[in-house]
Design a binder for this molecule. Structure first.
Ligand SMILES: NC(=O)c1ccc[n+]([C@@H]2O[C@H](COP(=O)([O-])OP(=O)(O)OC[C@H]3O[C@@H](n4cnc5c(N)ncnc54)[C@H](OP(=O)(O)O)[C@@H]3O)[C@@H](O)[C@H]2O)c1
Length: 324
């Protein structure tokens, strides 16, 4: 079977990670790196004996590239994914799928008639713990509420990027990996309400710390709520997760999921470990034509963050039907 000729866009941490993984995964040939950074871009290309291209447009118009992996910052994922699907490249993008509602809309429409694979790099879908949780949830009645609270002292290695409203988006977007698993279990939201506080929000979009509260109503019923405060004065990060169903409550205690009812609590058996990775999954998406099975979930997860941003700006509840 012919190798999938892949190009990577970006030359930061995730680009280096994906370059390593594609090089080590059967079925890929890493052909080119497109990056704006004149130091890390050529260095990454050189390390993998790949071509260096200064813009992503030069990559998506090349005939000897079948697929691309988008590893740039959040504000460009949607634009590059749309352009690449238009030139018939298979697309793996880092999350979130998009930073704008307009791009989310365009991506959903494009997926209907694109012959290409489109996957967002949410590893949760491959995680044994998540797959087991999803199976147990399906046997435990209907959702009443999912509750998530997180407090973190850190600001990450690149707070200028991570805590930047313009580039990265609101916290609901850079924590989209906590929203995605619940959209995977309960489907899209019908409405979103949010509030946010940013300490020392500057004109360039950066801030020192944040508190963010997002509440959604799921299409399938039940309420989801995420509360997080980051870059705050606390000695250790802490996180609480609960999923309250009509026939029991799932509790994450930091190491794994437990199941709780009025008659007691038990550990949740996890699924068998799997050697599937996002790279083998993307390869098989392309080979089998199972093209966009997960991308809609990823876009609906990103839409919760985008609707939260709009809810804060307009100080009102946003119906997702208004956006799509
Ligand atoms: N899947 C995961 O586990 C995971 C983990 C962390 C992050 N992420 C996601 O992965 C993405 C990248 O994160 P990272 O940690 O790799 O960030 P990073 O180290 O800052 O790297 C981002 C790279 O993208 C380049 N870039 C940004 N905008 C560009 C543009 N318009 N055109 C061309 N290149 C551009 C940057 O160039 P410069 O060097 O010139 O700035 C840099 O090389 C983010 O969206 C993040 O949310 C995913």
């Amino acid at each position: 079977m012919n190798a999938i000729r892949i190009g990577i866009i970006g030359s930061g941490g995730m680009a280096r990670h994906h370059a390593q993984c594609f090089s080590q995964t059967e079925g890929y040939e890493l052909v080119a790196i497109a990056a704006r950074n004149p130091e890390t871009g050529p260095a990454l290309a050189h390390a993998h004996s790949a071509d260096f291209l200064p813009t992503y447009r030069e990559m998506i118009t090349r005939d000897d590239i079948d697929a691309i992996a988008i590893c740039t910052h959040n504000d460009t994922h949607g634009e590059i994914a749309i352009a690449a699907l238009e030139t018939n490249k298979h697309v793996l993008t880092e999350y979130p799928a998009t930073r704008t509602i307009d791009h989310a809309r365009q991506l959903l429409a494009k997926m209907d008639d694109s012959p290409c694979a489109f996957r967002v790099a949410h590893n949760e879908v491959l995680s044994p713990a998540h797959r087991a949780l999803k199976r147990h949830i399906a046997q435990t009645g209907t959702l009443i509420a999912t509750l998530f609270t997180r407090l973190t002292p850190g600001r990450g290695q690149r707070p200028d990027i991570l805590l930047n409203l313009r580039i990265t988006g609101p916290p609901a977007l850079f924590f989209v990996y906590h929203i995605y698993p619940l959209v995977d279990c309960f489907g899209p939201a019908t409405w979103v309400e949010a509030a946010a506080h940013y300490e020392n929000l500057r004109d360039n979009g950066t801030y020192d710390s944040f508190a963010n509260a997002v509440t959604v109503g799921f299409e399938t019923g039940g309420i989801g709520q995420w509360n997080w405060a980051g870059g705050v004065e606390i000695a250790h990060a802490e996180e609480h997760r609960r999923i309250v169903m009509t026939r029991g409550t799932f509790i994450h205690n930091g190491t794994g999921w437990h199941f709780s009812t009025k008659s007691g609590e038990s550990d949740l058996p996890t699924a068998k470990p799997s050697d599937r990775t996002i790279h083998t999954q993307f390869r098989d998406d392309i080979r089998t034509g199972n093209h966009q099975s997960d991308a809609r979930t990823a876009i609906h997860a990103a839409l919760i963050g985008l609707a939260a941003e709009q809810s804060i700006e307009e100080n009102r509840r946003i119906a997702l039907s208004e956006l799509l």
